[in-house]
Write a protein that binds this ligand. Structure first.
Ligand code: SF4
Length: 492
């Protein structure tokens, strides 16, 4: 019987800006003498997908080893810690949660000890019926160790009567709804599973004899691994010493990949679902300039995420691109609890106007999204104070008017500026001379579609359209006022 060795580390408090946040990155490797080291590096490349906690579980042929901690990958995994994670197979996870204190027992990979052996799981996504299923399981006697939606799956696996691990996992997946890219480790296999709509990314890579599952290609690049293919929506892959087995137990559906991955979440140097994220962002900027060009002197990105779209906007409009706002990359995390007050402070700590490029000029600011609007207001103020004669704002997403329930942390309706105000009203509140967002069809053109198919949208765009591609069971049952409310108690 395997045994889990589980040391852990220090607490911390997290981020402070005004963007939607990705809820996690996953990485798994099998058949690699440096499994733990490569997992640390892979998680480091995926740090943008979650900064509140990181964890790795490895297996050395007789024992599982684990290290999980709150904070960044580099804070948790030094040489000494990594050397204790023995074995040729490992899974790792970066976590982001909303506000307040993340607790260690929710940090992934979660680990369960079954009759067939140990099982570790990392999850990117969010289950939309987790609370409903959890309540049923609790009535049946299941004792939950965490408040994570992912633990629902580990209990469903335990209750399955199927004989193999993968069949137990399939049993469990048939009972859950929502978005998931799971990476699981057993004492003989690395298993990946992607939800039938393929909402969140999951890819297969190769490094010599080793196989890798991870969220983005940037995690392959950092270890010199090659991209093999995307895991298909609804596909389960079982990687063992004998190779790769693919299972497709669910009826095929049209994919609904999260379009916000292209706008903001994914790293620009990643190739996601066959498209360069950087190129898509530039194309969005070009579409935006075609749709809502404005007479100006300079195009200024809100760094860093607005940079590729601003480059596209500048190229299309024939206006100069300049770094009119400089971002401090050494801000570090705050120990002040996130609040309206500290969010404003966060802007000042992070951004400073580059007066030489702004003063006396008509400025177009390009950003990727407006969520609460608090950051945008401060940035507009900052640019005006630096001497801009006009400030126009162009946003490379449609208005974010609906919350996400599929693994992205967004405010509920009353926290979303676009849910409360028209674009004209938003422009007034932000004190800009003009405000425009990319249209939905402009966004779809940038990702290579002629237009959005109204009957069968090619992507999930629910935070813009309000058309959710999956049932929101917990939400409808009134058991879940917003996503991940399972964690409200700890998050405050
Ligand atoms: S609702 Fe928005 S952020 Fe959430 S999965 Fe859909 S497109 Fe992505």
């Amino acid at each position: 019987m395997s045994r889990l060795i589980l040391p852990h580390t220090h607490p911390f408090d997290g981020g402070d800006d005004d963007h939607p946040h990705e809820e996690c990155g996953v990485f798994g490797i099998i058949g690699d003498a440096d499994a733990a080291t490569h997992t640390v590096l892979g998680l480091h490349a995926l740090q943008h997908r979650g900064q509140e906690a990181a964890g790795i579980v490895s297996y050395d042929g007789s024992q599982f080893h684990s290290h999980r901690g709150l904070g960044h990958v580099a804070e948790n995994f030094n040489d000494e810690v990594t050397s204790r994670l023995k074995g040729k197979m490992a899974v790792g996870h970066n976590r982001y949660s909303t506000t307040g204190g993340t607790i260690l027992r929710n940090v992934q990979p979660l680990f369960a000890e079954y009759e067939f052996g140990g099982f570790a799981v990392g999850h990117n996504g969010n289950l939309t019926n987790a609370l409903t299923v959890r309540k049923e399981l609790q009535k049946r006697g299941c004792l939950f160790q965490s408040t994570s939606d992912t633990e629902t799956v580990t209990h469903l696996i335990a209750l399955s009567t199927a004989t193999t691990v993968e069949d137990r996992l399939i049993d469990a997946l048939r009972q859950i709804e929502g978005a998931y890219s799971f990476v699981c480790l057993t004492n003989g296999a690395l298993i990946g599973a992607r939800d039938p709509l393929g909402l969140r990314p999951l890819i297969l890579g190769k490094l010599g004899p080793a196989h890798i599952l991870c969220s983005e290609t940037c995690a392959l690049d950092i270890i010199g691994a090659e991209f093999v293919r995307n895991i298909e929506p609804g596909e389960i892959v079982v990687l063992t010493s004998e190779g790769v087995r693919s299972l497709k137990p669910f009826p095929k559906q049209n994919q609904r990949f999260c379009i916000f991955e292209y706008i903001y979440f994914a790293r620009p140097d990643s190739i996601t679902e066959g498209r360069s994220v950087y190129e898509v962002r530039k194309l969005i900027g070009m579409e935006l300039a075609r749709e809502s060009g404005v007479d100006c002197d300079v195009v200024v990105p809100v760094p860093d995420s607005g940079v590729p779209a601003a480059l596209g906007f500048a190229a299309q409009s024939g206006k100069p691109f300049e770094y009119g706002i400089i971002r401090n990359h050494y801000v570090g995390r705050t120990f002040i609890q996130p609040s309206e007050k500290t969010r404003h402070l966060g802007v000042k700590r992070k951004h400073n106007p580059n007066r030489s490029q702004i003063a006396g000029k008509r400025v177009v600011l390009v950003d990727d999204s407006i969520v609460r609007g608090t950051t945008s207001m401060k940035i507009v103020d900052m640019v005006r104070e630096a001497g801009a004669t006009e400030v126009h704002m162009r946003i490379s997403s449609p208005p974010t008017a609906h919350p996400c329930f599929f693994g992205i942390d967004t405010p509920s309706y009353d926290g979303l500026m676009a849910a409360r105000y028209t674009v004209a009203e938003m422009g007034k509140k932000l004190c800009v001379d003009s405000l425009a967002f990319i249209s939905m069809n402009g966004l779809y053109r940038a990702v290579g579609e002629a237009k959005r198919n109204a009957d069968k949208p090619q992507f999930c765009d629910a935070c813009f359209s309000g058309e959710y591609p999956l049932p929101l069971t917990d939400q409808k049952a009134g058991t879940m006022p917003k996503q991940l409310s399972l964690l409200n108690e700890e998050r405050g």
